[in-house]
Ligand binder design. Structure first.
Ligand code: CP
Length: 343
């Protein structure tokens, strides 16, 4: 199943009728692969090469996983015998813990490796580390790395399936999928919805993957922030760009706020933090200009009082906790689909 030359395909791999504690079998909710056998990928590295049908397939599979998570015993034996290793070169709470929980809910064996307490500190290279983990039995490697492209290098050279849990400024596809899932859950559909992405878009892997996913699913996306924190030139996405938050937020269905990394000011990209807060922080007054009931999203971790005010972050329109919760179902869906779900 996990051999280098054997791509997993839901077109040929049956979705097993795995029952938990009396709940409906997963197969009852999980969709079949589409007519083209869309889920034939071996790795999840970004959403740039995902079509709308494939994204919908992941989201529908997450619906089935969410049903499992609602059961008294939140475990199905779909990935029994599969070894998932999380390899994180950067700090993480949400992504790492949700992948671990996701793997456990699917009965996989899961091992967590933090680069800071591994032989990486003795100079072991990324590829040596990944080859070593494969030799120890890793089937699926979930990795976060500070360098853009690192998961692609591992996927090319190491016979493991790879899920990108965040690489440099480049991509964070599982965050984008859980964001799409949360929007779809709350709004019914993503297509035609107006989504404002606010803050440091230039340095944000979350933003890049979210933009691919949102535009593929037919959302109207506006990027808003100071000129120094926005990408320039010909953008590869059909998006609007604005520096004027009070105008850009008018009537939107959702605001996705991004974390402002304080080192951006040290790098001279912001005149002052106070100025940024004054012009770009999401306050309740600004949120009132969005569509009534508009969703407030943030991938976390938040700088409360900087890019978002606490009353907004924890207010009635916030779905930030839902995003975290949905991360488990989305990551279950991805592990399940990559693992064939029929082991
Ligand atoms: N959103 C996100 O990636 O959070 P963590 O850094 O806590 O994983």
């Amino acid at each position: 199943m996990f051999g280098q030359s054997t791509p997993t395909s839901l077109a040929t791999a049956a979705v097993p009728p795995v029952a938990g504690d009396g709940g409906a079998p997963v197969a009852a909710q999980a969709p079949a692969a589409d007519a083209t056998g869309a889920w034939s990928r071996r790795h999840v590295l970004d959403l740039d090469d995902f079509g709308a049908d494939e994204i919908e397939h992941v989201l529908s599979t997450a619906d089935a996983m969410k049903e499992v998570l609602g059961r008294r015993i939140k475990q199905v034996p779909a990935l029994r015998g599969v070894t998932v290793v999380t390899l994180f070169y950067e700090a993480s709470t949400r992504t790492r813990v949700s992948f671990e929980l996701a793997a456990k809910h699917l009965a996989a064996d899961v091992v967590n490796v933090a680069a800071s307490s591994s032989s990486v500190t003795k100079g072991e290279s990324l590829l040596d580390t990944a080859h070593t983990l494969r030799a120890l039995g890793a089937d699926i490697l979930v990795m976060r790395h500070g360098e853009a492209g690192a998961p692609y290098v591992v996927a090319r050279h190491v016979p493991c399936q790879v899920i990108n849990a965040g690489d440099g400024w480049h991509a964070h596809p599982t965050q984008a999928l859980l964001d799409l899932y949360t929007l779809r859950e709350r709004l019914g559909t993503v297509a035609g919805r107006r989504v404002l992405i606010l803050g440091d878009i230039l340095h944000s892997r979350v933003a890049r993957s979210a933009i691919w996913g949102l535009t593929r699913m037919g959302a109207e996306v506006t990027l808003c922030g100071p000129a120094t924190l926005l990408p320039t030139g010909d953008l590869p996405w059909p998006v609007d760009v604005s520096h004027d938050l009070d105008r850009a937020i008018l009537g939107v269905d959702a605001v996705m706020v991004l974390r402002l990394q304080r080192e951006r000011q040290q790098a001279g990209l912001l005149p002052s933090l106070r100025e940024y807060i004054r012009v770009y922080s999401l306050t309740s007054e600004r949120l009132a200009r969005a569509k009534p009931g508009a969703l407030v999203m943030h991938p976390g971790p938040m700088n409360e009082g900087v890019e978002i005010m606490p009353d907004v972050a924890y207010g009635a329109q916030s779905v930030i906790a839902d995003q975290v919760t949905n991360g488990v179902a989305i990551r279950m869906a991805l592990l399940y689909l990559l693992g064939g779900g029929a082991l």
